[in-house]
Design a protein around this ligand. Sequence first.
Ligand code: GDP
Length: 463
Amino acid sequence: MRQPLHRELYNLLERGRDRQLRLAVTGLSRAGKTAFLTSLVNQLRHAGLEARLDLLPAAREGRLLGAQRIEQQDLGIPRFPYDQAMAALDAIPPRWPDPTRGISELRLEVRYRPARSGWRQPETARLTLDLFDYPGEWLLDLPLLQHDFLSWSQAQARVGGEQRQAMFSQWHQAVAALDPAGDSDEAQLAELAEQYADGLRRAKVAGFSNLQPGRFLLPGELEGAPVLQFFPLPGLDESQRNELEALPAHSLYATLAKRFRYYQQHVVKPFYRDHFRHFDRQIVLVDVLGALNAGPERFEDLSHALRLLMQSFDYGKRSLLSRLFAPRIDRLTIAATKADHVTPEQHPNLVSLLESLLAEPLQDLRFADIPVKALSLAAIRATQAREVTQQGRSSAALRGTTLEGEEVLVYPGDVPQRLPPANFWQRQGFDFPLFRPVERHTAALDHIRMDAAIDWLFGDKLI
Ligand code: GDP
């Protein structure tokens, strides 16, 4: 039997349209990017088979047929190490994959049946999905583009409380005696820059997130290069501007200012120009629970870091980014990761806490008309929710295995619905251990709401 003409035309169009989407995943270190991308690839590869993706209409309707890796376009970008990540999860005992440290890419061809294709003669369609993973720390450098060395030095002097300052005590002592007008000494600069980078690394380990320059933490191929050998000069004042700018090229001030400009032009800008502005969709992962677990100063610091990071997605007319480049991200997801660290009835609170943490940037994004959604998820679920009954009362708990291999049943605590008030930290015992991934019994990884994230990120392309 002949198909109606409009159906034939539709199928022809569908076949001819080679669809492609560039999807980027970011978040600060340990936010869960590697776990997310591993799970995303795994779920799509096992779609239509064992993956549980009921919140994604194309999968629920049996139209999502699966995905295959194909060769990526840009051979200069490292490939996301999916096989190594799966090998770690399949080790005995299972391990978390090693985190990626720079930008990486993986290209998938997703196959699906369009919603309107006939059942008697089903058509398959393809979506080419370029997945990118890059450190959120690199986005912390965007605000650095609106500074010159003098204003950046002053801004850095204003960051942070006592605990954070303590991480830089050695560097503080060493720079206190420096004279901006003195001759610069290569070896001394390298040493002081290393001490500064060491302070940033220690602050990172202690859970601080608002750390600039971002590449000092994840230098990649720039390790040891003079472009990373600078630091802010404390104690400078705007009133000294003319005097400082008149200093000779070999002075300490002029040398640091020159490296700062080089870093802006040759490290920060190229990332936005060559990568960022080509992304179509973006997910930003946030380890809200980790920060909650680490206490008030770290939580406050995360909040500040997120405000800086989110500036990269605010391209309303007056924004710095839209003046520099023309980004094209048309949809954004913000996700609180590792939701399996709390009991399921806490998940709505986790989302509202994430939303209040990002209240200002979310408002700006909505104002700039960029669709954005906040959700909570666990890319690789490591716990099971349980009901425990004690003295006739039942309550929610989590069962999991700690990294040390101990089986535990815990109640990690209540997640506050909004930014916690000061007394939250005194009365609240929010505490959870890190869990080891569970041994896999099915090809698809167990997760929480990866399907909802996929739906929001590109469900509209699978129609
Ligand atoms: P990245 O630095 O952003 O790539 O972060 P990773 O993906 O390496 O995650 C950092 C750590 O967070 C992992 O080693 C795990 O301990 C933990 N983690 C990440 N995702 C999950 C998750 O879905 N559930 C649980 N329980 N832990 C997770």
